[in-house]
Design a protein around this ligand. Structure first.
Ligand code: ADP
Ligand code: XUL
Length: 573
């Protein structure tokens, strides 16, 4: 058996799988519900533009998760390997007392009582939803000649949530905390540390979420470290510790605390933990030109590619398991939440249906009835709904609706008012199709380079995924799956994961642990997984993918998406 964990924004999840990578059990702890005394909302505290989580809550959640697994008689004694994931970019600040606390850990007390507060110099961890570090991002980009160059070296331009800008903000705003910090972990390496019984190294993929790692050279970037640390790159490098470049490295046995308290075997090995997105691509054998779209709280698109093609428009990370490969990623903050707002306003406006507020039926009917856009159709529409400041395009919160004219140009539209040529936006009904079209068109626009790096024609049909896998809460919605399939195409179709779809990151961690222990000499993760893969058991085909004509019509909208986003970002709306 193999254990995979995921420390996400709202929950800590644990899955156990067997030698054939079949799901044995899924267990979770919800922070708001199960640990209400921390008073988080959706797992975080929001303080203006800052978003933070209490580290003690995560530690307490780990004992609670383990107790639940033990109470359910799960075979913890049969677990041979543990790996997992954490929300990306979050940082944990250890004090100089951390090492001795690890050494003296006792199973007669809880983890939280032993670690908190003394093991930390800061009791909070900045969360990926944080938007407070624009000044730091500007400085970091300037330190290497701008966003393109930073993306070329580190895989990403500077982002508010990235660990480098977050460390820099903390150093500037609370130097006493930064100075008292002896080590900095990412959420992934922090959770790994608790199992390992000492501070664990960061893995080759999650290290790429900080704006301080040179992906090609596999070293820290001195210029950005210098900028982040205020001139003491060597000291910050020490705080971050070594990076373990082997995703399958056996870091050591699970700590005696877990052996004695929960019955883990003495030789159960702990492997490096990675970010939740890199772990998600390990939930399936994701091959080149396959796309994975996660429709959870946020939306992400993930790809595995040998091409290192960088741009400030998206992210590249080193692959968590497979040398020579990279994980390309698009990450949107406003995924489900924005769709929920529209669903709610539709339900409120159609109370005669007696729709429950969380009923998706009216939203789905409207989205389906509107149908895909066409150049001969007078009402091509785009709508950008960002209840939270958005990552891509990087902008403040807001809502923008556009009507597209026959030449393909977007015109900002004031809803319910007649537009100059008689076109109209009906509120809230037109929002249903508009949000889905616009969300998926943005994914298509930004991901084109990966499917056919040589070709620049937006409507070349070779420029689509070979297949698309959808996971996450909204992937079970048929109307959403329809629009996704129509916009993005996919030669072989759109597939939904059958088991573990809402625990894809934890499952990916468990798969990584199994690969690390069971692989044959030189066997890649993909080879190992494909050997055990029985498609009909793992995924179901939910849509055919490429629809001739429709896909091309969506292609003719891409120019309008780019133009509309440029207007939003530049404020010229
Ligand atoms: P997380 O990213 O927090 O792990 P999940 O993958 O569980 O979240 O997805 C949760 C989201 O899925 C919710 O915000 C909800 O809006 C969305 N969701 C759940 N069921 C549906 C549905 N039938 N249609 C559309 N969205 C749904
Ligand atoms: C990725 C990102 C989010 C978090 C969610 O860059 O910020 O997807 O990893 O947990």
């Amino acid at each position: 058996m193999y254990l995979g964990l995921d420390l996400s924004t709202q929950q800590l999840k644990g899955v156990i799988i067997d030698d054939n990578l079949r799901m044995h059990s899924e267990t979770s702890v919800s922070f708001d519900k199960d640990l209400p005394h921390y008073k988080t909302k959706k797992g975080v505290f929001v303080r203006g533009k800052q978003v933070l989580s209490p580290v003690a809550m995560w530690i307490e959640a780990l004992d609670l998760l383990m107790e639940r697994m033990k109470d359910d008689d799960l075979p913890l004694d049969k677990i041979r390997g543990i790996s997992g994931s954490g929300q990306q970019h979050g940082s944990i600040y250890w004090s100089s007392k951390a090492d001795s606390i690890f050494e003296s850990i006792s199973d007669s007390k809880s983890l939280v009582d032993q670690f908190s507060p003394d093991a930390f110099s800061y009791e909070l961890s900045p969360n990926w939803q944080d938007a407070s570090t624009q000044a730091e991002c500007d400085e970091i980009e300037a330190s290497v000649d701008g966003p393109e160059e930073l993306a070329r070296i580190t895989g990403s331009k500077a982002h508010h949530r990235f660990t480098g800008p977050q460390i820099m903000r903390l150093r500037k705003s609370a130097p006493e905390i930064y100075n008292k910090t002896s080590r900095i972990s990412l959420v992934s390496s922090f959770l790994c540390s608790l199992f390992l019984g000492k501070i664990a190294p960061i893995d080759p993929s999650d290290i790429c979420g900080g704006n301080f790692w040179d992906i090609k050279k596999e070293t820290f970037v001195d210029k950005t470290l210098d900028c982040i640390s205020g001139g003491n790159a060597a000291e910050l490098r020490k705080k971050l510790g070594d990076v373990c470049m082997d995703g399958a490295a056996q870091l050591g046995s699970v700590s005696s605390y877990f052996q004695t308290k929960y019955g883990f075997a003495v030789d159960c090995q702990v492997m490096p933990f990675t970010g939740d997105n890199p772990a998600t691509i390990l939930a399936l054998p994701l091959l080149e030109r396959n796309a994975m779209i996660s429709l959870g709280t946020s939306t992400t698109m993930l790809l595995s590619t040998p091409h290192y093609v960088t741009s400030p428009a998206y992210h590249m990370f080193a692959h968590p398991t497979t040398e020579g490969y990279h994980m390309a990623m698009l990450c949107y903050k406003n995924g489900s939440l924005a769709r929920e707002y529209i669903r709610d306003s539709i339900n409120q406006s159609t109370q005669q249906n007696n729709s429950e507020n969380d009923d998706w039926e009216p939203f789905n009917n409207l989205a389906t009835k509107a149908g895909p856009p066409s150049r001969t159709h007078p009402h091509r529409k785009l709508g950008f709904y960002f209840p939270l400041p958005e990552i891509i395009p990087q902008t403040e919160a807001g809502t923008w609706r556009f009507l597209i004219d026959s030449a393909g140009s977007p015109k900002l539209c004031d809803p319910e008012k007649d537009h100059e040529d008689g076109k109209k936006w009906n509120l809230p009904t037109d929002d249903a199709r508009a949000i889905l079209d616009s969300q998926f068109l943005d994914i298509r626009m930004r991901s084109q380079a990966f499917f056919n790096p040589e070709c620049h024609d937006a409507v070349d049909i070779s420029k689509q995924p070979s297949r698309t896998y959808v996971v996450g809460g909204a992937s079970k919605n048929p109307a959403i799956a329809d629009v996704l399939s129509q916009v993005l195409g996919s030669e072989e179709g759109v597939f939904r994961q059958l088991t573990g779809s809402s625990n894809a990151c934890a499952l990916g961690g468990a798969n990584k642990a199994a690969w690390a222990i069971l692989r044959k000499q030189g066997q890649t993760f993909e080879q190992f997984f494909t050997e055990r893969w029985d498609e009909s058991q793992w995924v179901e085909k939910i849509r055919d993918g490429y629809e001739a004509g429709t896909w091309e019509e969506y292609g003719h909208m891409l120019g309008a998406v780019k133009a509309a986003e440029d207007m939003i970002v530049s404020g010229k709306v």
